[in-house]
Ligand binder design. Structure first.
Ligand code: ADP
Ligand code: ZN
Length: 625
């Protein structure tokens, strides 16, 4: 045991840790992690990497990527080097491994020199199974020199999509990771990501020089997540309603586009009795770290955040992810929503989407730095996201199709649960487009959506008076639709490219090359009509659906309370002690012996030794009470 360092060695296993080198993967899965079976293609991946092969693994968030490199790191001689951009989470990752008896540590810029040299010594003397490394450490010559002097079991490149410029999380430091192959050609490499469009996939393989790697592509479906996209009316109230009616007391993440709206939304939730915290890049680092730590450690915090938050957050029991603003790409959206329900229990992905989102994002693209190619890329991303929002078909089918997967209607998304109608919107589209054309041709004017709708509805506002728009031939010709419905028409025309946001920075609207065909009647327009009653999780609440008999509830709650106290004392997230699913199985099955307890999923050798007797005592006294 080395003292005075910032990392922990975890527990010493009763069996000799060295014997792991020859252990079979299935045996390690059971003994160390306490799981019965590999999931999906984990077994294949682990076999391939354990026997020295390179792998590129595409698996959705929550699919179980970590074991794909952790087990080969334990089975092969030497230390598994894990490259991860998530410095702030390395301590938790090391804690989680230590809790199951794996010897893990990290090297990053947050460490004191003393702590760093202790880790280096441990690595050199072969006392580490897993070493986490920030990619920028590899730029430092001394790091490569250090690695040379030890034995490397494998390189795992986590969040590998960070190497792709096409994607949404590009990190320049990832580009130099191709050097791993040049410098250590015989050490197996496994690159992992939850982002998987064709482009990103191809870019990862190319930039990391994974030409000879086997590709493992898992299904990207996350059947336990219910996808819903709702028209945005009063987003904060809608969010509050969602939390109160479907997710009271649950942990969740709320994504907003701007720092200001993060702050406002968090304040609003707190004022309404929801324990919410803000997270964005403008907050001081210690505040950010403290908020993240509370989110991970406490049971029912709602984190309101920009997309700066979440990558690598492996809290298993996030029950909902809400987006109050339109994400910029389907890839980003899928990763963010994927943070819900990693434990496989029911979870909600809810997005509020409206006209203003489209205008704002088109504007941001117009104004973005970079060349035309860059703007085209941003537009392509946005178009795919808009198509998802406007679809009248199963959301999941469309999402999976985006990742190249065919599927059938899922029965667990809003369009499946209450199908919207597709209606012929050619006439309203013509009315709107001809208003835009008349203003431009007759008066050389351009306006935003609000004013155009006022004209169609024949309203007498100061602006209408001022410009004499009461005389336009389209004034008042659209009273068959409500203001809300007209905004929906504008939004959908924008989404379909039949209307565009002008590049003047004011959000005024102009026609496009495609508009003429609509005006001349040679092209029809279909529009989505919202269902009368939007979908909600029908009868089962998330918690009830988690299959806990009412009789087991009090025991489950007291186990959770025990876990919370234990986590606090150790300064680790509760899920590092045990997952909800494990406590649920214990509360339901009430094991009567250590042997029985050892068969519960998530109870491996180290945890059985550490907590087993105390859990049995707690169960006995609960039974007597
Ligand atoms: P990812 O990194 O792909 O998002 P993780 O590696 O964090 O996913 O795994 C998600 C969850 O599933 C974790 O809580 C992990 O402990 C659990 N898990 C992974 N593999 C298995 C398995 N074979 N059996 C049971 N649980 C597993
Ligand atoms: Zn569906």
């Amino acid at each position: 045991m080395v003292s005075g360092t910032s990392y922990s060695w975890g527990m010493t296993l009763s069996s000799d840790t060295r014997s792991r080198s020859s252990a079979a993967p299935a045996e390690v899965l059971h003994r160390v992690f306490g799981y019965d079976q590999f999931r999906g293609n984990q077994a294949e991946i682990i076999d391939h990497v354990s026997s020295g092969g390179d792998a590129l693994v595409l698996m959705p968030t929550g699919g179980g990527k970590s074991l794909c490199y952790q087990i080969p790191a334990l089975v092969r001689p030497g230390t598994g080097i894990v490259i991860s951009p998530l410095i702030a989470l390395m301590q938790d990752q090391v804690d989680a491994l230590s809790a199951v008896g794996v010897r893990a540590a990290f090297l990053n810029s947050t460490q004191s020199p003393d702590a760093r040299s202790a880790v280096e010594r441990a690595y050199l003397s072969g006392e580490l199974d897993v070493l986490y490394l920030a990619p920028e450490r590899l730029r430092v010559a001394s790091t490569s020199a250090l690695l040379e002097r030890g034995t490397i079991a494998l390189f795992a490149i986590d969040e590998a999509h960070c190497v792709a410029q096409w994607g949404h999380d590009f990190r320049p430091d990832y580009l130099q990771l191709s050097m791993l192959h040049e410098r250590w050609p015989t050490v197996p490499r496994i690159a992992l990501t939850a982002t998987a469009t064709e482009q990103t996939h191809a870019e990862i393989a190319k930039r990391l020089q994974l030409g000879g790697a086997r590709h493992f592509v898992a299904s990207f479906d996350r059947p336990n997540i219910q996808y819903r996209i709702a028209p945005k009316n009063s987003p904060q109230q809608q969010l509050l309603q969602l939390i109160r009616s479907e997710h009271p007391g649950d942990a969740g993440i709320v994504y907003c586009l701007s720092r200001a709206s993060v702050e406002k939304t968090a304040e609003f939730l707190v004022a309404n009795g929801i324990p919410a915290l803000p997270y964005h890049a403008g907050l001081p680092a210690p505040v950010r770290a403290a908020n993240q730590s509370r989110f991970l450690r406490e049971d029912s915090i709602v984190m309101v955040a920009t997309i700066a938050f979440g990558m690598g957050i492996d809290k298993p029991d996030v029950r909902f992810v809400a987006h109050l603003d339109l994400p910029k790409s389907v890839e980003g959206y899928y990763q963010e929503t994927g943070r819900a329900g990693r434990d496989g229990q029911p979870a909600t992905a809810w997005l509020a989407y409206g006209l203003q989102d489209v205008v704002q994002q088109r504007r941001m693209i117009n104004e973005s730095d970079g060349d035309d190619a860059h703007r085209r890329k941003l537009s392509a991303h946005l178009d795919a996201m808009l198509a998802l929002c406007e679809t009248v078909e199963c959301r999941r089918m469309q999402l999976l199709a985006y990742f190249g997967e065919k599927s059938a209607p899922c029965g667990n998304c809003d369009t499946c649960l209450s199908p919207p109608e597709s209606v012929d919107g050619t006439v309203p589209a013509q009315k709107l487009l001809s208003t835009v054309v008349r203003l431009a041709r007759e008066r050389n004017q351009k306006f935003g959506a609000g004013h155009l709708v006022d004209i169609l509805l024949g309203k007498s506002t100061p602006r209408i008076e001022q410009h004499g728009h009461g005389n336009l031939s389209t004034f008042g010709i659209g009273t068959e639709l409500s203001e809300q419905e007209w905004r929906g028409v504008v939004r959908q025309l924008l989404a379909q490219g039949l209307l565009a946001v002008n590049s003047d920075g004011f959000g005024t609207l102009v026609i496009t090359e495609l508009s003429a065909a609509v005006l001349s009647g040679s092209r029809t327009v279909s529009l989505r009509r919202e269902p009368e009653r939007p979908a909600k999780r029908s009868t089962r609440s998330a918690k009830a659906a988690a299959d806990l008999a009412p009789a087991a509830m009090p025991l489950f709650e007291s186990l959770r309370a025990w876990r919370a106290a234990e986590a606090k004392e150790q300064g680790v997230p509760a899920y590092v002690i045990f997952h909800d699913a494990t406590l649920r199985e214990i509360a339901t099955g009430r094991p009567g012996s250590l042997a029985e307890l050892g068969t519960v999923s998530g109870v491996g050798e180290a945890k059985l030794e550490r907590y087993g007797q105390r859990l049995l005592d707690a169960l006995t006294s609960a039974a007597g009470a």
